[in-house]
Design a protein. Structure first.
Length: 434
Protein backbone atom coordinates (compact mmCIF):
# COMPACT_ATOMS: atom_id res chain seq x y z
CA UNK A 1 0.00 0.00 0.00
CA UNK A 2 2.81 2.36 0.90
CA UNK A 3 4.60 1.51 -2.35
CA UNK A 4 1.48 2.28 -4.40
CA UNK A 5 1.07 5.63 -2.69
CA UNK A 6 4.71 6.46 -3.36
CA UNK A 7 4.36 5.57 -7.05
CA UNK A 8 1.17 7.65 -7.34
CA UNK A 9 2.81 10.65 -5.72
CA UNK A 10 5.84 10.22 -8.01
CA UNK A 11 3.77 10.24 -11.20
CA UNK A 12 1.73 13.21 -10.01
CA UNK A 13 4.94 15.10 -9.30
CA UNK A 14 6.28 14.25 -12.77
CA UNK A 15 3.02 15.37 -14.40
CA UNK A 16 3.02 18.65 -12.51
CA UNK A 17 6.70 19.36 -13.09
CA UNK A 18 7.15 22.65 -14.89
CA UNK A 19 8.59 22.49 -18.39
CA UNK A 20 11.55 24.78 -18.98
CA UNK A 21 11.26 26.39 -22.37
CA UNK A 22 13.73 28.68 -24.10
CA UNK A 23 12.78 31.76 -26.07
CA UNK A 24 13.94 30.20 -29.33
CA UNK A 25 11.93 27.02 -28.69
CA UNK A 26 8.84 29.05 -27.80
CA UNK A 27 9.07 31.05 -31.03
CA UNK A 28 9.45 27.90 -33.12
CA UNK A 29 6.45 26.27 -31.43
CA UNK A 30 4.29 29.39 -31.81
CA UNK A 31 5.11 29.73 -35.51
CA UNK A 32 4.43 26.04 -36.07
CA UNK A 33 1.08 25.94 -34.28
CA UNK A 34 -0.35 29.39 -35.00
CA UNK A 35 -3.56 29.22 -37.06
CA UNK A 36 -2.84 32.49 -38.88
CA UNK A 37 0.52 31.22 -40.09
CA UNK A 38 -1.06 27.95 -41.24
CA UNK A 39 -3.76 29.81 -43.16
CA UNK A 40 -1.14 32.12 -44.69
CA UNK A 41 0.73 29.10 -46.00
CA UNK A 42 -2.41 27.71 -47.62
CA UNK A 43 -3.27 31.12 -49.06
CA UNK A 44 0.05 31.08 -50.95
CA UNK A 45 -1.26 28.16 -53.02
CA UNK A 46 -4.59 29.92 -53.51
CA UNK A 47 -2.81 33.02 -54.80
CA UNK A 48 -0.64 30.97 -57.17
CA UNK A 49 -3.71 29.35 -58.71
CA UNK A 50 -5.46 32.72 -58.89
CA UNK A 51 -2.58 34.07 -61.04
CA UNK A 52 -2.80 31.00 -63.30
CA UNK A 53 -6.56 31.47 -63.56
CA UNK A 54 -6.04 35.08 -64.65
CA UNK A 55 -3.64 33.96 -67.38
CA UNK A 56 -6.12 31.37 -68.68
CA UNK A 57 -8.49 34.15 -69.72
CA UNK A 58 -6.00 34.90 -72.52
CA UNK A 59 -6.09 31.33 -73.85
CA UNK A 60 -8.60 29.96 -76.36
CA UNK A 61 -11.71 28.10 -75.27
CA UNK A 62 -12.27 24.76 -77.04
CA UNK A 63 -15.49 22.72 -76.81
CA UNK A 64 -16.82 19.47 -78.29
CA UNK A 65 -20.62 19.29 -78.20
CA UNK A 66 -23.21 16.60 -78.97
CA UNK A 67 -26.88 17.49 -79.46
CA UNK A 68 -29.99 15.39 -80.03
CA UNK A 69 -33.48 16.29 -81.25
CA UNK A 70 -36.54 14.27 -82.25
CA UNK A 71 -39.39 15.11 -84.60
CA UNK A 72 -42.52 13.04 -84.19
CA UNK A 73 -44.57 11.89 -87.21
CA UNK A 74 -47.69 13.75 -88.26
CA UNK A 75 -51.01 12.30 -87.16
CA UNK A 76 -52.77 11.59 -90.46
CA UNK A 77 -56.45 10.73 -90.97
CA UNK A 78 -57.45 7.51 -92.66
CA UNK A 79 -58.52 9.43 -95.77
CA UNK A 80 -55.07 11.15 -95.96
CA UNK A 81 -53.29 7.85 -95.64
CA UNK A 82 -55.42 6.30 -98.41
CA UNK A 83 -54.80 9.25 -100.71
CA UNK A 84 -51.06 9.07 -100.11
CA UNK A 85 -51.06 5.33 -100.79
CA UNK A 86 -52.82 5.77 -104.15
CA UNK A 87 -50.47 8.60 -105.13
CA UNK A 88 -47.38 6.70 -103.99
CA UNK A 89 -46.33 9.52 -101.62
CA UNK A 90 -44.45 8.43 -98.47
CA UNK A 91 -45.77 9.64 -95.10
CA UNK A 92 -43.64 11.29 -92.38
CA UNK A 93 -42.32 8.97 -89.73
CA UNK A 94 -40.61 9.67 -86.35
CA UNK A 95 -37.18 11.13 -87.06
CA UNK A 96 -34.09 11.32 -84.75
CA UNK A 97 -31.48 14.05 -85.31
CA UNK A 98 -27.90 13.87 -83.92
CA UNK A 99 -25.40 16.69 -84.38
CA UNK A 100 -21.74 16.80 -83.29
CA UNK A 101 -19.85 20.12 -83.26
CA UNK A 102 -16.38 21.40 -82.49
CA UNK A 103 -15.87 25.08 -81.56
CA UNK A 104 -13.01 27.35 -80.60
CA UNK A 105 -13.14 30.97 -79.42
CA UNK A 106 -10.36 33.44 -78.67
CA UNK A 107 -10.29 36.94 -77.19
CA UNK A 108 -8.03 38.97 -79.45
CA UNK A 109 -8.55 42.36 -77.89
CA UNK A 110 -10.40 43.27 -74.70
CA UNK A 111 -9.20 46.70 -73.69
CA UNK A 112 -6.87 46.28 -70.72
CA UNK A 113 -9.07 44.03 -68.58
CA UNK A 114 -7.24 40.74 -69.19
CA UNK A 115 -3.75 42.15 -68.62
CA UNK A 116 -4.89 44.24 -65.66
CA UNK A 117 -6.55 41.22 -64.09
CA UNK A 118 -3.23 39.33 -64.27
CA UNK A 119 -1.43 42.33 -62.79
CA UNK A 120 -3.98 42.53 -59.97
CA UNK A 121 -3.66 38.85 -59.07
CA UNK A 122 0.13 39.11 -59.07
CA UNK A 123 -0.07 42.19 -56.86
CA UNK A 124 -2.36 40.41 -54.42
CA UNK A 125 0.06 37.49 -54.30
CA UNK A 126 3.03 39.78 -53.60
CA UNK A 127 1.03 41.67 -50.99
CA UNK A 128 0.13 38.44 -49.23
CA UNK A 129 3.77 37.36 -49.22
CA UNK A 130 4.61 40.53 -47.32
CA UNK A 131 1.65 39.95 -45.01
CA UNK A 132 3.06 36.52 -44.15
CA UNK A 133 6.30 38.16 -42.98
CA UNK A 134 4.31 40.76 -41.00
CA UNK A 135 2.16 38.06 -39.35
CA UNK A 136 5.25 36.00 -38.58
CA UNK A 137 6.97 38.95 -36.92
CA UNK A 138 3.82 39.70 -34.91
CA UNK A 139 3.94 36.18 -33.48
CA UNK A 140 7.65 36.46 -32.69
CA UNK A 141 7.17 39.81 -30.95
CA UNK A 142 4.18 38.52 -28.98
CA UNK A 143 6.23 35.59 -27.66
CA UNK A 144 9.10 37.91 -26.71
CA UNK A 145 6.68 40.27 -24.93
CA UNK A 146 5.21 37.35 -23.01
CA UNK A 147 8.70 36.35 -21.87
CA UNK A 148 9.31 39.95 -20.77
CA UNK A 149 6.04 40.04 -18.80
CA UNK A 150 6.80 36.72 -17.08
CA UNK A 151 10.34 37.77 -16.18
CA UNK A 152 9.16 41.15 -14.89
CA UNK A 153 6.52 39.58 -12.65
CA UNK A 154 9.09 37.13 -11.28
CA UNK A 155 11.48 40.01 -10.57
CA UNK A 156 8.76 41.85 -8.65
CA UNK A 157 7.95 38.73 -6.63
CA UNK A 158 11.62 38.16 -5.86
CA UNK A 159 12.07 41.78 -4.78
CA UNK A 160 9.08 41.63 -2.43
CA UNK A 161 10.06 38.24 -1.01
CA UNK A 162 13.53 39.58 -0.23
CA UNK A 163 11.89 42.34 1.79
CA UNK A 164 10.00 39.94 4.06
CA UNK A 165 12.98 38.87 6.24
CA UNK A 166 14.03 42.50 6.65
CA UNK A 167 10.53 43.52 7.75
CA UNK A 168 10.32 40.64 10.19
CA UNK A 169 13.65 41.74 11.60
CA UNK A 170 12.31 45.28 12.04
CA UNK A 171 9.20 43.93 13.75
CA UNK A 172 11.36 41.93 16.15
CA UNK A 173 13.38 45.08 16.93
CA UNK A 174 10.17 47.03 17.62
CA UNK A 175 8.87 44.28 19.88
CA UNK A 176 12.14 44.14 21.76
CA UNK A 177 12.06 47.90 22.34
CA UNK A 178 8.47 47.63 23.52
CA UNK A 179 9.44 44.85 25.89
CA UNK A 180 12.11 46.94 27.54
CA UNK A 181 9.79 49.94 27.64
CA UNK A 182 11.54 52.26 25.19
CA UNK A 183 9.37 51.55 22.13
CA UNK A 184 5.99 52.80 20.94
CA UNK A 185 3.07 50.54 20.00
CA UNK A 186 2.45 52.62 16.89
CA UNK A 187 5.93 51.81 15.57
CA UNK A 188 5.20 48.09 15.88
CA UNK A 189 1.81 48.42 14.20
CA UNK A 190 3.31 50.38 11.29
CA UNK A 191 5.97 47.72 10.76
CA UNK A 192 3.37 44.96 10.85
CA UNK A 193 1.19 46.92 8.41
CA UNK A 194 4.11 47.25 6.02
CA UNK A 195 4.62 43.48 6.21
CA UNK A 196 0.97 42.93 5.22
CA UNK A 197 1.37 45.38 2.33
CA UNK A 198 4.42 43.47 1.13
CA UNK A 199 2.54 40.16 1.26
CA UNK A 200 -0.27 41.79 -0.74
CA UNK A 201 2.27 42.96 -3.34
CA UNK A 202 3.57 39.40 -3.65
CA UNK A 203 0.04 38.09 -4.17
CA UNK A 204 -0.68 40.69 -6.87
CA UNK A 205 2.61 39.98 -8.63
CA UNK A 206 1.86 36.24 -8.61
CA UNK A 207 -1.49 36.97 -10.27
CA UNK A 208 0.33 38.99 -12.93
CA UNK A 209 2.78 36.11 -13.37
CA UNK A 210 -0.04 33.62 -13.95
CA UNK A 211 -1.70 35.96 -16.45
CA UNK A 212 1.60 36.36 -18.35
CA UNK A 213 2.13 32.60 -18.39
CA UNK A 214 -1.42 32.04 -19.64
CA UNK A 215 -0.76 34.47 -22.49
CA UNK A 216 2.36 32.52 -23.43
CA UNK A 217 0.48 29.21 -23.27
CA UNK A 218 -2.16 30.64 -25.57
CA UNK A 219 0.52 31.60 -28.10
CA UNK A 220 2.09 28.14 -27.87
CA UNK A 221 -1.32 26.41 -27.96
CA UNK A 222 -0.54 24.69 -24.64
CA UNK A 223 -3.13 23.44 -22.18
CA UNK A 224 -3.65 25.99 -19.40
CA UNK A 225 -2.95 23.40 -16.67
CA UNK A 226 0.53 22.82 -18.13
CA UNK A 227 3.28 24.37 -16.01
CA UNK A 228 6.05 26.25 -17.81
CA UNK A 229 9.17 28.10 -16.69
CA UNK A 230 11.54 30.44 -18.53
CA UNK A 231 15.12 31.53 -18.04
CA UNK A 232 15.12 35.20 -16.96
CA UNK A 233 18.63 35.65 -18.32
CA UNK A 234 17.27 35.27 -21.85
CA UNK A 235 15.21 38.39 -21.23
CA UNK A 236 17.77 40.38 -19.27
CA UNK A 237 20.49 39.54 -21.80
CA UNK A 238 18.26 39.95 -24.83
CA UNK A 239 20.56 40.56 -27.84
CA UNK A 240 20.48 44.22 -28.81
CA UNK A 241 22.07 46.06 -31.68
CA UNK A 242 23.09 49.67 -31.44
CA UNK A 243 20.22 51.82 -32.69
CA UNK A 244 20.85 54.92 -34.80
CA UNK A 245 17.85 57.19 -35.29
CA UNK A 246 19.05 58.64 -38.61
CA UNK A 247 19.59 55.18 -40.07
CA UNK A 248 16.16 54.08 -38.90
CA UNK A 249 14.50 57.08 -40.53
CA UNK A 250 16.39 56.77 -43.81
CA UNK A 251 15.30 53.17 -44.29
CA UNK A 252 11.67 53.57 -43.24
CA UNK A 253 10.30 53.10 -46.78
CA UNK A 254 11.80 49.59 -46.76
CA UNK A 255 9.88 48.67 -43.62
CA UNK A 256 7.50 45.76 -44.16
CA UNK A 257 4.39 47.66 -43.11
CA UNK A 258 5.27 50.60 -45.38
CA UNK A 259 5.91 48.33 -48.34
CA UNK A 260 2.56 46.66 -47.67
CA UNK A 261 0.84 50.06 -47.53
CA UNK A 262 2.33 51.02 -50.90
CA UNK A 263 0.41 48.16 -52.51
CA UNK A 264 -2.78 50.20 -52.01
CA UNK A 265 -1.40 52.74 -54.50
CA UNK A 266 -0.45 50.04 -57.00
CA UNK A 267 -3.89 48.46 -56.74
CA UNK A 268 -5.55 51.85 -57.28
CA UNK A 269 -3.39 52.33 -60.39
CA UNK A 270 -4.53 48.97 -61.77
CA UNK A 271 -8.17 49.82 -61.04
CA UNK A 272 -7.72 53.11 -62.89
CA UNK A 273 -6.24 51.26 -65.89
CA UNK A 274 -9.14 48.77 -65.87
CA UNK A 275 -11.67 51.59 -65.78
CA UNK A 276 -9.96 53.31 -68.73
CA UNK A 277 -9.93 50.01 -70.62
CA UNK A 278 -13.72 49.99 -70.63
CA UNK A 279 -13.53 52.83 -73.20
CA UNK A 280 -11.54 50.65 -75.61
CA UNK A 281 -12.95 48.29 -78.26
CA UNK A 282 -12.94 44.52 -77.86
CA UNK A 283 -12.39 41.89 -80.54
CA UNK A 284 -12.96 38.16 -80.44
CA UNK A 285 -12.84 35.31 -82.97
CA UNK A 286 -15.03 32.21 -83.10
CA UNK A 287 -14.83 29.11 -85.26
CA UNK A 288 -17.17 26.12 -85.25
CA UNK A 289 -17.42 22.92 -87.29
CA UNK A 290 -20.43 20.62 -87.06
CA UNK A 291 -21.69 17.55 -88.80
CA UNK A 292 -24.83 15.41 -88.57
CA UNK A 293 -24.36 11.96 -87.09
CA UNK A 294 -26.47 8.97 -86.30
CA UNK A 295 -26.92 7.59 -82.85
CA UNK A 296 -23.49 5.91 -83.06
CA UNK A 297 -21.79 9.29 -83.84
CA UNK A 298 -20.91 8.13 -87.37
CA UNK A 299 -21.17 10.88 -90.02
CA UNK A 300 -24.64 10.99 -91.55
CA UNK A 301 -24.90 14.10 -93.73
CA UNK A 302 -22.98 17.11 -95.00
CA UNK A 303 -20.76 18.98 -92.47
CA UNK A 304 -20.93 22.74 -92.00
CA UNK A 305 -18.48 25.26 -90.56
CA UNK A 306 -18.62 28.88 -89.44
CA UNK A 307 -16.02 31.55 -88.68
CA UNK A 308 -16.80 34.96 -87.19
CA UNK A 309 -15.03 38.06 -85.89
CA UNK A 310 -16.89 40.08 -83.26
CA UNK A 311 -15.88 43.70 -82.82
CA UNK A 312 -17.48 45.74 -80.05
CA UNK A 313 -16.85 49.50 -79.76
CA UNK A 314 -18.35 51.33 -76.78
CA UNK A 315 -19.92 54.54 -78.10
CA UNK A 316 -22.39 55.46 -75.40
CA UNK A 317 -22.75 53.54 -72.11
CA UNK A 318 -24.94 55.97 -70.18
CA UNK A 319 -21.76 57.62 -68.82
CA UNK A 320 -21.12 54.50 -66.69
CA UNK A 321 -17.57 53.96 -67.94
CA UNK A 322 -16.74 57.66 -67.56
CA UNK A 323 -18.08 57.69 -64.00
CA UNK A 324 -16.12 54.53 -63.13
CA UNK A 325 -12.91 56.02 -64.52
CA UNK A 326 -13.33 59.27 -62.57
CA UNK A 327 -13.95 57.27 -59.39
CA UNK A 328 -10.78 55.27 -60.00
CA UNK A 329 -8.75 58.46 -60.49
CA UNK A 330 -10.07 59.91 -57.22
CA UNK A 331 -9.39 56.67 -55.36
CA UNK A 332 -5.81 56.71 -56.65
CA UNK A 333 -5.38 60.25 -55.31
CA UNK A 334 -6.82 59.11 -51.97
CA UNK A 335 -4.41 56.16 -51.83
CA UNK A 336 -1.42 58.44 -52.48
CA UNK A 337 -2.55 60.89 -49.77
CA UNK A 338 -3.04 58.04 -47.29
CA UNK A 339 0.38 56.58 -48.10
CA UNK A 340 2.17 59.92 -47.64
CA UNK A 341 0.37 60.39 -44.33
CA UNK A 342 1.42 56.87 -43.28
CA UNK A 343 5.04 57.65 -44.17
CA UNK A 344 4.91 60.78 -42.02
CA UNK A 345 3.15 58.89 -39.21
CA UNK A 346 5.76 56.14 -39.37
CA UNK A 347 8.50 58.74 -39.02
CA UNK A 348 6.88 60.13 -35.87
CA UNK A 349 6.32 56.63 -34.49
CA UNK A 350 9.97 55.67 -35.01
CA UNK A 351 11.14 58.87 -33.32
CA UNK A 352 8.79 58.33 -30.37
CA UNK A 353 9.74 54.69 -29.83
CA UNK A 354 13.44 55.44 -30.20
CA UNK A 355 13.22 58.24 -27.62
CA UNK A 356 11.32 55.93 -25.26
CA UNK A 357 14.09 53.36 -25.57
CA UNK A 358 16.81 55.94 -24.87
CA UNK A 359 14.79 57.40 -22.00
CA UNK A 360 14.27 54.04 -20.29
CA UNK A 361 17.91 53.09 -20.78
CA UNK A 362 19.13 56.26 -19.04
CA UNK A 363 16.53 56.01 -16.27
CA UNK A 364 17.43 52.39 -15.58
CA UNK A 365 21.07 53.30 -15.01
CA UNK A 366 20.03 56.18 -12.75
CA UNK A 367 17.54 54.12 -10.72
CA UNK A 368 20.16 51.41 -10.22
CA UNK A 369 22.41 53.95 -8.49
CA UNK A 370 19.48 55.35 -6.50
CA UNK A 371 18.56 51.86 -5.25
CA UNK A 372 22.13 51.33 -4.05
CA UNK A 373 22.06 54.64 -2.16
CA UNK A 374 18.58 53.98 -0.73
CA UNK A 375 19.78 50.60 0.55
CA UNK A 376 22.70 52.25 2.34
CA UNK A 377 20.35 54.83 3.89
CA UNK A 378 18.04 52.09 5.16
CA UNK A 379 20.92 50.13 6.71
CA UNK A 380 22.11 53.31 8.41
CA UNK A 381 18.60 54.01 9.81
CA UNK A 382 18.42 50.47 11.17
CA UNK A 383 21.78 50.81 12.96
CA UNK A 384 20.69 54.13 14.48
CA UNK A 385 17.47 52.54 15.68
CA UNK A 386 19.33 49.64 17.27
CA UNK A 387 21.44 51.98 19.39
CA UNK A 388 18.45 54.11 20.31
CA UNK A 389 19.16 57.17 18.14
CA UNK A 390 16.49 56.77 15.48
CA UNK A 391 12.79 55.93 15.27
CA UNK A 392 10.84 53.21 13.53
CA UNK A 393 9.13 55.93 11.47
CA UNK A 394 12.52 56.93 10.00
CA UNK A 395 13.29 53.29 9.21
CA UNK A 396 9.92 52.69 7.52
CA UNK A 397 10.26 55.89 5.51
CA UNK A 398 13.68 54.76 4.30
CA UNK A 399 12.30 51.28 3.65
CA UNK A 400 9.37 52.60 1.58
CA UNK A 401 11.74 54.79 -0.39
CA UNK A 402 13.94 51.78 -1.15
CA UNK A 403 10.94 49.63 -2.15
CA UNK A 404 9.56 52.36 -4.42
CA UNK A 405 12.91 52.99 -6.09
CA UNK A 406 13.57 49.27 -6.55
CA UNK A 407 10.15 48.85 -8.16
CA UNK A 408 10.87 51.80 -10.47
CA UNK A 409 14.20 50.24 -11.35
CA UNK A 410 12.57 46.90 -12.21
CA UNK A 411 9.80 48.53 -14.25
CA UNK A 412 12.23 50.76 -16.16
CA UNK A 413 14.60 47.86 -16.78
CA UNK A 414 11.91 45.77 -18.44
CA UNK A 415 10.25 48.76 -20.09
CA UNK A 416 13.60 49.48 -21.74
CA UNK A 417 13.80 45.92 -23.07
CA UNK A 418 10.23 46.15 -24.36
CA UNK A 419 10.92 49.57 -25.92
CA UNK A 420 13.83 48.07 -27.84
CA UNK A 421 11.59 45.22 -29.03
CA UNK A 422 8.97 47.78 -30.08
CA UNK A 423 11.54 49.60 -32.21
CA UNK A 424 12.62 46.34 -33.86
CA UNK A 425 8.97 45.44 -34.48
CA UNK A 426 8.27 48.76 -36.22
CA UNK A 427 11.39 49.01 -38.36
CA UNK A 428 11.69 45.33 -39.35
CA UNK A 429 12.47 44.88 -43.04
CA UNK A 430 12.74 41.08 -42.92
CA UNK A 431 11.80 38.18 -40.63
CA UNK A 432 12.89 38.88 -37.04
CA UNK A 433 15.48 36.39 -35.85
CA UNK A 434 17.23 36.04 -32.51
Amino acid sequence: MLLRSFILVFFIAVALKAENISLKEAIEIALKKNATIKNDSLQVDVNSWAVIEAYTAMLPKIYLNQSYSKREKTNYTDAQREAARRAGTPLDEDTDYFTTSFSISQNLLSGTSLIDNVRLKKLQSESHTLQILIDRNEIVISVIESFIAISQAKAQIKSSEENIPRLKFLISLARERNRVGVGVDLELREAELQLLNEELSISEAKDELETAKDNLKRLLVFEFDKEIEIDDNEVLNFPRKELNLNNLLESREKILSQRKAYYAIRQAEINKSRAFGEHLPSLSANFSYSWPTDHTLNPDGNPTWQFSLNLSVPIFTSFATTAAYKQARIQLDQAEITYRDNVYGMKQTIITQYRNYERYKKRTELYKKIVEEASLVLNQRIEEYRIGKGTMREILDAYKDLVDKRLLYINNLYAGIKAYVDVIKIVSQEPIKL
